[in-house]
Design a protein around this ligand. Structure first.
Ligand code: AHM
Ligand code: MG
Length: 335
């Protein structure tokens, strides 16, 4: 018998009291929005949704039409339900406070509405990444400061990958589950329970074209992988780079591996390319919940206290043995 996402969430709420009714509603609404985005993505050129929107987001990146559509779908779906106080998005400079005409809840929703923007027009997997926090301050109007909590405070996190299948991957702090969209029934069905990342791997993911800009520990790690059976690792490695973090992380959750988007010398004042709160935190929590690890090179990403909404971070995540090795190359380079 198949278990829908709705049933899974109801049972989580009932049996373990693990999620509140408001959080259940929030996750249902996010999933519904992802279905809408999946639909828009699938239409492609037929829906007139491909190409540039000829605008820039707060990070100075050119927005694609689908970036904006996905952002609007998420905002519109989530603002009236009464479960949220505010939202923050990679595509919006400021937080979006739930308008006065709707009741305000205690949760905060953060998202990268469409991750992997460079892949939209070439029909390669893209996705939505989301993270849920709880507003800790009471009484006062919700503000940006409420969002600046470490990833350890997340109460739910996940992503939806729009690939050959549309798959929603979720954690509420009790393991990781995957749900595949049954497009005929219009519902997400539980297809992988208690996802576990293999401890060791022979596969790495990094944009090799940036190699000359990397720092020594990352270069050392990749050089050792490339040396294969003749090098210190004594085994051959395979490489994949999809340029959609959702798709790369999905592969790692499915068959193991390590993903890296490290700091590099192209823009030395930036800690990395990826965003801490919309990308790194939710993915790091999923990976940890699946038995993997995540670091910025020196400390677990989930332990970082953000100082601004759009903060960037260096990211290494995936199979624990590899992440521990890369961390050691940063912290004890002499060994
Ligand atoms: P985006 O949120 O604007 O799509 O940027 C994030 C993406 C990640 O999904 C991916 O890992 C990375 O950027 C790819 O970057 P690059 O094109 O430098 O390889
Ligand atoms: Mg992104």
């Amino acid at each position: 018998m198949s278990v829908s996402l709705s049933r899974y969430l109801v049972e989580k709420q009932r049996a373990k009291g693990h999620i509140t009714p408001e959080l259940r509603l929030l996750l249902e609404v996010v999933a519904r929005a992802c279905k809408g985005i999946s639909h828009a993505v699938t239409k492609g050129a037929l829906g007139g949704v491909l190409g540039s929107a000829h605008s820039e987001n707060v990070q100075g990146e050119v927005q694609k039409k689908l970036d904006i559509i996905a952002n609007e779908v998420l905002i519109e779906a989530n603002e009236w339900g009464g479960h949220l106080a505010a939202m923050a998005s990679e595509e919006m400079e400021e937080i979006h406070v739930v308008p006065n005409r709707y009741p305000q809840g205690e949760y905060l929703l953060l998202f990268d509405p469409l991750d992997g923007s460079s892949n939209i027009d070439v029909n390669v997997s893209i996705g939505t990444i989301f993270s849920v926090l709880k507003k800790t301050s009471t009484g006062s109007e919700v503000c940006t400061q409420d969002f600046l909590q470490s990833g350890r405070n997340q109460v739910a996190a996940g992503y939806c990958v729009y690939g050959p299948q549309t798959t929603l991957v979720l954690t509420v702090g009790d393991g990781v589950e995957m749900f595949t969209l049954d497009k005929e029934q219009g519902s997400f069905i539980l297809t992988h329970e208690n996802v576990q990342i293999p401890h060791e791997t022979q596969e790495f993911a990094i944009n090799m074209s940036n190699m000359r800009h990397w720092d020594a520990p990352v270069k050392r790690y990749v050089d050792e992988c490339l040396a294969g059976t003749e090098g210190v690792r004594g085994k051959n490695f395979n490489m994949r780079w999809i340029a959609s973090m959702v798709a790369d992380v999905h592969r790692i959750l499915t068959r193991g591996g390590v993903f890296m988007y490290p700091w590099d010398k192209r823009e030395p004042h930036k800690p990395g390319k990826l965003r801490l709160m919309y990308e790194a935190n939710p993915m790091s929590w999923l990976v940890e919940q699946a038995g993997g690890a995540s670091t910025n090179g020196v400390k677990p990403i989930l332990d970082i206290t953000p100082t601004s909404l759009h903060e960037r971070v260096s990211v290494v995540l995936g199979s624990k043995a590899e992440v521990d090795r890369i961390t050691a190359y940063h912290t004890h380079p002499e060994h």
